[in-house]
Design a protein around this ligand. Structure first.
Ligand code: MD3
Ligand code: FE
Length: 186
């Protein structure tokens, strides 16, 4: 479900991203095969998504510092819960929020989110900063995807059968894009 403008006003969310990234820096992760991902990432919550030669996984502490990830800010948690409720997924208690930062040349190839334990839990994603086109393939990674332009303040909720769908993100349109991805991973 696309909730256009659901996250507005977004100044408080932008400020929270700054605050989190001061404690847990944005970093360029490598895929298990050693390729650097073009988006820079950080996390907050009880765990954080991570990738390196050892594989894709959730880490309970930031491997850069050994410190726990910053807490999920109250404004983030409230937004994620409200969006999930609006889409019919109640209760939603995410234990992690991955923050992706896309420079004007960064993108994300087609993949599905499969590192979480319980696929009956939805995923909530929030666009901040620049707009970008999101590509939705569905349950198989072939054919021509549905193209959805996402603007700052747009929120997407993915649950049920869509939870296992393939998706990708194109380069942002003239600026830096941030995306918050709320998940219940553990
Ligand atoms: C559809 N991020 O971090 S969010 C990711 O814009 C990721 O940063 C993108 O895909 C971004 O894994 C897209 C939208 C999204 C997130 C999770 C999904 C779409 C999804 C899980 C299942 C289906
Ligand atoms: Fe994804």
């Amino acid at each position: 479900m696309l909730l256009h403008g659901f996250a507005a006003p977004i100044d408080e969310l932008d400020a929270a991203v700054e605050c989190i990234s001061a404690a847990a820096r944005f970093r360029q992760l490598k895929t298990p095969s050693g390729r650097p991902m073009s988006a820079f990432m950080t996390s907050c919550g009880a765990c954080g998504w991570y990738s390196d030669a050892r594989g894709y996984r959730y880490e309970l502490a930031d491997p850069l510092t050994g410190e726990p990830w910053p807490d999920i800010p109250p404004a983030f948690a409230a937004l994620a819960r409200a969006a999930a409720t609006t889409a019919g997924f109640d209760p939603f208690d995410p234990d992690t929020c991955l923050i992706n930062r896309y420079s004007p040349t960064a993108q994300m190839g087609a993949h599905r989110d499969a590192d979480e334990r319980d696929f009956s839990q939805p995923i909530v994603s929030v666009t901040l900063g620049a707009a970008a086109t999101f590509l939705w393939y569905g349950l198989e990674r072939r054919g021509s995807p549905l193209r959805i332009r996402l603007f700052p303040g747009d929120v997407l909720v993915w649950g049920g059968a869509a939870r296992k769908g393939y998706h990708a993100v194109q380069k942002p349109e003239g600026g830096t894009r941030y995306n918050l991805t709320f998940r219940k991973a553990l």
